[in-house]
Design a protein around this ligand. Structure first.
Ligand code: FES
Length: 153
């Protein structure tokens, strides 16, 4: 005959053994949750795809339709505009001002970049037109593939 203390010991071990698989299942990642997470993540990655897709080091910065509509494309430290001297040529520049790093903005009417912080101005190809910027904006290779504008940063 089992004594009370032995019975409780066996009962505890049995109970832990029975519950262990349930605890493991509760802690394991759920496939449905993982798939749901992937599905909810995909729109975010689609949003980033315009800037994240790469082809041989080139990143998509926008479409030619966006470029025509807005006069320039500006995303993640890169700006693209048509060369005023040759409208078929695109020029991509680093959009961080060389003075203290503010983001320059393209002025479509004036066909130049202006820094909002201290009014430095840059040509479409990045050359300094008006200070205080000490040096031109860096330029990047740019190309059009289909309807997409790609820049190699
Ligand atoms: Fe651009 Fe000063 S940061 S002019």
């Amino acid at each position: 005959m089992l004594k009370r203390r032995s019975f409780l010991g066996y009962f505890s071990i049995g109970w832990l053994t029975a519950c262990f698989p349930v605890v493991l299942a509760a802690c394991a990642p759920n496939k449905a949750d993982t798939q749901a997470t992937k599905q909810t993540d995909s729109p975010v990655s689609d949003d980033k795809s315009a800037s994240a897709k790469t082809t041989e080091g080139f990143k998509v910065v926008g479409s030619t339709a966006q470029l025509e509509k807005m006069g320039s494309l500006q995303i993640a430290g890169v700006a693209v505009a048509r060369d005023p001297a040759n409208s078929k040529k695109l020029v991509a520049v680093n959009s961080k001002c060389t003075h203290t790093g503010c983001e320059v903005k393209w002025l479509a009417g004036e066909k130049r970049y202006r820094c909002p912080c201290h009014d430095a101005e840059f040509a479409a190809d990045g050359k300094v037109l008006n200070g205080p910027a000490p040096s031109p904006l860096a330029t990047y290779p740019v190309k059009v593939v289909g309807t997409q504008v790609l820049v190699k940063v």
